[in-house]
Design a protein around this ligand. Structure first.
Ligand code: TPP
Length: 554
């Protein structure tokens, strides 16, 4: 009788689901899976140098390929090292299948060596998680988990597999049957809105003179970019975006004013502040968008189109919630005979233009990038000032071209996420913009560029500081710079070289012109770009405050 091990079942099921690449790190409780990977030809395993690297790579893969990213780690510390990455994916609704090894079932609950209750630990940051106790359930659980990850509002799902289940064997024919068996159908999401809600939209539009369309990451996840663009064109609406929605609209789209929120562009925030109607799609009124919730867009009625009913009326109480699939909702709205046009109001805004810079700084570097980048680029950022500068000034041309940790704001995300994005998109040019602080959080992942020939270009915006925190200490703590000055940094170019990545330091504006040549090269490259310690990101609305408290910006 031909048999198959639990470990092999994992790989065969992943293959069946169409998984081609996984990111992981081995250890005692996953040795059977790694043994099965040894001669398994259909899945490529990318070996991170830290589990946090693996999970962020799976995240970057998912965000730029629109399929769940898959990562694998051992029990105990291996599994807990994934936690930040799972939370990062959870906060930004990124589909991900996380597989962890667990101690054998007879050792569960005994504080066994490298036992951690990863189910308990990740319950609040996964869509669901499963501890597999029976090999017969393994194929079904993996299929269900994979499907759940991208169903409805996407997110991470974890499957914890005890070592003895990986070692057990199952009749191969039984496995084949289980593999092909339809999984319990995840019921198609039943919309919670009714036709009358769609008709209400027309009423709201008819009594509005100053509507603004607010787009969030849910528009990307909900595959309704086309519909949202049609709506904005038909009604001639001004449009603003959350951080997660960047790329849906671009500079060429009429009425598009850019990012809103704490570091939103002045005109974009002004539009929200002055609006009498907000049509918000696939966003969740995060506090970085809202600030003071009693003063957020104070004169507007609010329509909220959202798939996750838990997000409705959570942060902001709205006037017309429409809970459902945004694509369907927008199609329904578009089928109304809407005659409204808000051209005059829309054209009263001028999108904030990036200033021309005379010295080397973040904006100057982004201005140069804007001249180079075309549809073939993917830009990943880390977290901090460089991220906000990029969100404000980079002209992201297309959906899924920009990848950043929004809700979690996870430093250390950039480099491994860029690795995942490059694996997912071998024919695209992947750039990661990262601060000198954040780069040091997962710099060990550099070696993957050489190991797997990944031509990622690293742009370190090196300002000798944990810039974003320094900015807060400067503005709100009387310049008491506490543990934010990085006056001793590694020599980043040498660090790159030690990982077989060439690079150079750029310390004047003229040398930035070399960027084009560097970015076109098919090798990885590291640029250590010297930025001033002083340069801060403006505008900024202090936390918990509203538009009228905006500091800076032009
Ligand atoms: C894991 C983690 N730890 C701490 C923070 C808090 N934090 C937010 S931005 C920032 C500074 C980032 O500095 P750097 O990477 O040099 O980028 P810059 O702001 O200078 O562009 C810090 C410490 C965080 N977001 N994530």
């Amino acid at each position: 009788m031909k048999e198959i091990t639990g470990a092999k079942i994992v790989l065969e099921t992943l293959k069946y689901l169409g998984v081609k690449d996984i990111f992981g790190y081995p250890g005692g409780a996953v040795i059977p899976i790694y043994d099965a990977l040894y001669d398994f030809k259909d899945i490529r395993h990318y070996m991170a140098r830290h589990e946090q690297g693996a999970v962020h790579s799976a995240d970057g893969y998912a965000r730029t390929k629109m399929v769940p990213g898959v990562c694998l780690a051992t029990s105990g510390p291996g599994a807990t090292n994934l936690v930040t990455g799972i939370m990062t994916a959870h906060m930004d609704s990124v589909p991900m299948l996380v597989i962890t090894g667990q101690v054998s079932t007879s050792f569960l609950g005994k504080d066994s060596f490298q036992e951690s209750d990863i189910i308990g630990i990740t319950s609040p940051i996964t869509k669901n998680n499963y501890l597999v106790r029976d090999i017969n359930e393994l194929p079904e659980i993996l299929k269900e988990a994979y499907s759940l990850a991208s169903h409805g509002r996407p997110g991470p799902v974890l499957v914890d597999i005890p070592k003895n289940i990986q070692e057990q064997k199952l009749d191969y024919i039984v496995f084949q049957e289980l593999l092909k068996k339809e999984i319990k159908e995840i019921k198609k999401f039943k919309p919670l809105y009714e036709e009358k809600d769609i008709l209400e939209v027309e009423k709201y539009l008819n009594s509005s003179e100053k509507p603004v369309l607010v787009v969030g990451g849910g528009v990307l996840n909900g595959d309704c970019v086309e519909e949202i663009k049609l709506l904005s064109k038909r009604l001639k609406l001004p449009v603003v975006s959350t951080l997660m929605g960047l790329g849906i609209f671009n500079k060429k789209d009429k009425g598009y004013l850019g990012m809103i929120g704490m570091h939103g562009l002045l005109e974009a925030n002004r539009a929200v502040d002055e609006a009498d109607l907000l049509i918000c799609v696939g966003m969740r009124f995060d506090d970085r968008i809202v600030g003071d919730k009693n003063r957020f867009s104070p004169n507007s009625k609010k329509i909220h189109i959202e798939i996750d009913r838990a997000e409705v009326n959570k942060n902001i109480v709205v006037d017309l919630p429409i809970v459902g699939n945004a694509k369907d909702v927008l199609k329904n709205i578009l089928s109304l005979d809407l005659k409204n046009s808000f051209e005059f109001w829309r054209d009263s805004f001028k999108r904030t233009k990036s200033t021309e810079e005379k010295s080397l700084n973040q904006i100057a570097a982004l201005n140069v990038l804007n001249e180079i980048l075309d549809d073939d680029y993917i830009v990943v950022t880390d977290v901090g000032q460089h991220q906000m500068f990029t969100a404000q000034h980079l002209d992201i041309k297309k959906p899924f071209q920009f990848c950043t940790s929004g809700g979690a704001g996870t430093m250390g995300y950039g480099l491994p996420a860029a690795i995942g994005a490059q694996v997912a998109n071998p024919n695209k040019k992947v750039i990661v913009i990262v601060g000198d602080g954040g780069f040091q959080m997962n710099q060990q992942e550099l070696i993957l560029l050489a190991q797997y020939n990944l031509p990622v270009k690293i742009l370190i915006f090196n300002n000798g500081a944990l810039g974003m925190v320094k900015q807060w200490q400067e503005l709100f703590n009387n310049k008491r710079y506490s543990s934010v000055i990085l006056d001793i940094n590694p020599d980043f170019v040498k660090l790159g070289n030690a990982h077989f990545v060439e690079g150079e330091k750029i310390d004047n504006l003229q040398n930035l012109n070399r960027l084009k040549e560097i970015l076109e090269n098919d090798k990885p490259y590291l640029l250590d770009i010297q930025m001033s310690f002083e340069h801060n990101v403006y505008p900024i609305i202090p936390a918990g405050k509203s538009y009228e408290h905006t500091i800076g910006g032009v």
